[in-house]
Design a binder for this molecule. Structure first.
Ligand code: IMP
Ligand code: MG
Length: 185
């Protein structure tokens, strides 16, 4: 499968350094949070990031899961996002982190954030590994970004193409002929 990769965009070691420093920032920010924090994990792409992040945060952390998907209804004119599966605990007066893999158009984050906000948390932070340059509209909620990248389709470190490549330890771009072959099949 390594032969499917055209180019590495962010190498494994750079990811590890950056994720550890994001974890340090959050640990310091929530140092006075007696009850600790609750993390809303947007499945499935953020699982690898979540695992690395929380292991660098020596504090009280509780984890909740949210499955969101981009949803284009082919028979109507209203494409959008939907939440497929949500397990959120009581968030009232809690410090909450919404963890996602990548900020593309910002649609997923917007819908999950509004759900989390409806639980009346004390604060909401939104760390993402990647942000695609210039795609999200200016009114997209502020996020903590690991790396800004060009607007191209990437895989690895949790991100998938057709459900594959999430286990790759780096972030990379697929060879175009492979992409096309996959699409045709
Ligand atoms: P958004 O709602 O447009 O911000 O898209 C966010 C979701 O789309 C991410 O959580 C990913 O699951 C998926 N996504 C967006 N861009 C990519 C990519 O380049 N590779 C893999 N998945 C992506
Ligand atoms: Mg996702």
């Amino acid at each position: 499968m390594r032969n499917d990769i055209a180019r590495v965009v962010v190498p494994e070691r750079e990811i590890a350094t950056r994720v550890a420093s994001m974890a340090d920032e959050f640990t310091a920010a929530y140092a006075d949070s007696g009850e600790g924090i609750k993390i809303a994990t947007i499945l499935t792409g953020s699982l690898v990031f979540l695992a690395d992040l929380i292991r660098c945060m020596p504090m009280r952390i509780r984890i909740a899961l949210v499955a969101a998907s981009r949803y284009t209804r082919k028979t109507t004119e209203s494409p959008g996002d939907r939440l497929e599966y949500v397990i959120l605990p009581d968030l009232c007066n809690c410090d909450v982190l919404i963890v996602d893999d990548i900020l593309d158009t910002g649609g997923t984050l917007r819908i999950v954030r509004s759900l989390v906000r409806s639980g009346k948390p004390r604060s909401v932070g939104t760390p993402v590994v990647l942000r695609k340059h210039g795609v999200a509209p200016p009114d997209t909620p502020v996020v903590s970004v690991g790396f800004d990248i060009e607007d191209e389709f990437v895989i690895g470190y949790g991100l998938a193409y057709d459900g594959l490549y999430r286990n790759f330890p780096y972030i990379g771009v697929l060879k175009s002929e492979f992409h096309e072959r996959e699409r045709a099949s």
